[in-house]
Design a binder for this molecule. Structure first.
Ligand code: ADP
Length: 305
């Protein structure tokens, strides 16, 4: 049985179809990513799947329960890490876990023995009695993750779990999420960070304007949608990038210009690398194509606010 099955999901706000016929399936024990630019409909999709927002059409089955009809039973087996930490600022770390466990109908006697291991998992073992105001952003995120696990859920939803965190804090969250997957939890996450999706997700969908525009594993998406090699060429100040690009665009399958950088997408990078070696004043980076290249190709370079 799928952990989550979504079919033909629709949600409209005013005249805008925010989710417009979305279908996807999440297998148990996997990490599934929902990617898309700002306003694509990711958070709305998560809220629909949790039964927090009523759909205008479509079918959702979460952990075997039909949503929204049976959302309460489903949510008892699901943990949620929301986009913005909503921990209780008046309580300590341990108290936050205790109080949250009570929302799930757990008895104090069942929650208390779990608190040290949950705090340990969040690398907050020494912070049981610390007030929230003394925690860093990364610590609060980890406490929110620990809180989502208080009722030992099978499925965990994470809405942008590492937004606003420094690299060290992000890496620690990634390690913990991998640990959860290794013990069989299903993770469903939204993220803006393509490196995060590439590291964590077994499968993902890219959505834009409420529609699915691509689906697959990160490797499949890179292999299907993008040339394998990328050469980014930067203008060092001599203003020769435009000429260079014009004269060498035939050496790449595709070229994109963004500000002072030209992106050459190639199957065979050697001819362009030779041309660059002979050019003065242009700096360049040669790398393998990644998920961010796929994302930009599918959703464009224009800003979304
Ligand atoms: P994402 O998470 O991909 O950034 P959201 O799901 O938050 O996107 O939002 C998708 C669109 O739906 C946005 O244009 C947003 O303004 C709109 N939207 C979200 N929630 C509501 C709401 N409660 N009422 C009206 N519009 C909403």
């Amino acid at each position: 049985m799928a952990a989550l099955d979504v079919s033909g999901l629709h949600k409209t706000y005013g005249d805008t179809a925010v989710v417009a016929g979305l279908s996807f399936t999440v297998e148990p024990g996997t990490c599934f990513g929902l990617l898309g630019p700002n306003g694509a409909g990711k958070t709305t999709t998560l809220r629909l799947c949790l039964g927090l927002t009523a759909p205008d059409g479509g079918e959702i089955t979460l952990g075997g329960h039909s949503i929204p009809a049976d959302a309460q039973s489903a949510r008892a087996r699901v943990g949620v890490v929301p986009q913005f930490d909503n921990l209780d600022p008046d309580f300590t770390c341990a108290e936050n876990l205790l109080v949250f466990g009570r929302y799930f109908g757990l008895k104090d006697a069942d929650i208390r023995p779990r608190i040290p291991q949950l705090l340990e998992f969040a690398s907050l073992g020494s912070k049981a009695n610390a007030k929230l105001s003394t925690l860093s952003g990364g610590m609060k995120r980890r406490l929110t993750l620990a809180r989502a696990l208080v009722a030992n859920p099978d499925i965990v939803f994470l809405d942008e779990p590492t937004t606003g965190l420094d690299p060290q804090a992000r890496h620690l969250i990634w390690e913990r999420l991998k640990q959860l997957k290794s013990v069989g939890k299903t993770l469903i996450l939204t993220t803006h960070f393509m490196d995060e999706a590439e590291r964590l997700c077994d499968r993902l969908i890219v959505i834009d304007h409420g529609r699915k525009i691509a689906e697959g594993s990160p490797r499949e998406l890179i292999a299907t949608h993008i040339e394998p090699q990328v050469i980014e060429v930067f203008d060092e100040s001599c203003g020769q990038l435009a000429d260079f690009t014009e004269n060498h665009r035939h050496l790449a399958e595709r070229v994109e210009q963004s500000g002072e950088t030209a992106f050459f997408y190639c199957r065979d990078p050697q001819p362009l690398l030779s041309a660059l070696a002979a050019a003065d004043g242009l700096r360049y980076v040669h790398r393998a194509a990644n998920l961010e290249d796929v994302f930009i190709k599918l959703t464009g370079r224009e800003l979304r606010d």
